[in-house]
Design a protein around this ligand. Structure first.
Ligand code: FAD
Length: 316
């Protein structure tokens, strides 16, 4: 079922979450251990992130270094199929531009259509570690909006080099939104104009970058409505659980902690203390978002379901 239909049919805020595929070589049990406790809160869909290849230098037998392409977390599509089979939920694969030609994207979309996947979160992907800026793959898409165009074309029966009106896909397309602006954008307004392009191209729902200040989300939703973005905007939440998060999250996700939260975090000396503050803060955020009728609360688990379970147990 489509995300927009789940939202339309639900009178209450829906619980959902996102998982990342395990490191190569690990089994499906690894992710299921994190997911099982969260199933008590009846998520109708689970997102699965996509991780592109990285380049590494590996020592060869002759002592020389060789540049190799390594995919550390493969398996997004397979994990989606496993989740749908095991939990009878919808799985939402993240599909990115980086690393894919349009032909490869089309093949991936055809696989997803055969698997019965109804929703896709269409993203550009970040620049690779060694790149200063995002470089599109030769023959691939430059922006998420180009990927959305391609999916929309398939929904209209228009495949890359042929029209196949008999078997159009019917994907519900989601896009990413940034209440604190995307880090490359000149300012929030220009970023929002680009978000509007994604919605005009066919994105039917938006999932936001994680944020810790609800006001940023409420202002973002208000601005979206003002410029004619009328699709559901799903807030993304990530509980802080380790001391490392205190510098990693602002740096990696380009978000700020509000003063009240940072004051509490400054007192923390251990991961346990951070987790206590982080969980309490997310509960507070979640309660306010539910009160103001957010359609879905989308939790970034990043492989750690325990903190999300504590929050969900208090608010759902
Ligand atoms: P875009 O919408 O293409 O925007 C990228 C930048 O280009 C923005 O600054 C935007 O303002 C600008 N821009 C957009 N369109 C145009 C245009 N037509 N002309 C000029 N400028 C334009 N990354 C992964 O690798 N895997 C994942 O699974 C993943 N999941 C994510 C889930 C969510 C909910 C979010 C919020 C992010 C996720 N990301 C993921 C990260 C995402 O790929 C990065 O944030 C990436 O840098 C931007 O992706 P985007 O789809 O927002 O890009």
């Amino acid at each position: 079922m489509k995300v927009i239909d789940y939202i339309e049919n639900s009178k209450e805020t829906i619980f959902s979450f996102e998982i990342i595929p395990p490191l190569k070589g690990k089994g499906i049990e690894d992710i299921c251990e994190g997911i099982d406790p969260l199933m008590d809160f009846n998520p109708p869909f689970i997102n699965v992130t996509y991780h592109r290849e990285e380049y590494e230098y590996k020592k060869m037998g002759n002592g020389l270094l060789k540049k190799v392409s390594v995919k550390k977390r493969p398996g997004t599509v397979g994990i989606c199929a496993a989740l749908m089979n095991r939990y009878k939920v919808d799985a939402i694969p993240h599909i990115i531009c980086g690393g894919f030609t349009k032909e490869e994207t089309e093949s991936a979309l055809i696989d997803l259509k055969f698997l019965g996947v109804d929703n896709i979160l269409a993203l550009r992907g970040d620049p690779m570690k060694n790149e200063a800026a995002f470089v599109p793959t030769k023959g691939g898409s430059q922006y998420a909006v180009d990927l959305i165009d391609q999916i929309k074309d398939m929904n209209n029966g228009q495949y890359l080099y042929e029209e196949t009106k008999n078997s159009p896909s019917n994907f519900c397309i989601g896009a990413a939104g940034y209440p604190e602006k995307h880090f490359e954008a000149m300012n929030l307004n220009s970023d929002m104009k680009n978000l509007k392009k994604k919605v005009d191209a066919g994105a039917e729902f938006i999932v936001t970058q994680l944020f810790y200040d609800n006001k940023k989300y409420f202002d973002f939703v208000k601005k979206c409505r003002e410029i004619g973005i009328n699709v559901p905007i799903i807030p993304g939440l990530k509980p802080l659980t380790t001391l490392r998060h205190l510098s990693f999250i602002p740096k990696f996700f380009h978000v700020n902690f509000p003063e009240e939260l940072s004051n509490e975090l400054e007192k923390c000396k251990t991961n346990e203390e951070v987790q206590k503050v982080g969980v309490e803060w997310s509960i507070k955020q979640a309660r306010e978002l539910i009160k103001k009728e957010a359609p879905v609360l989308h939790f970034y688990t990043m492989g750690k379901g325990e903190a999300v379970r504590k929050i969900a147990a208090q608010v759902f």
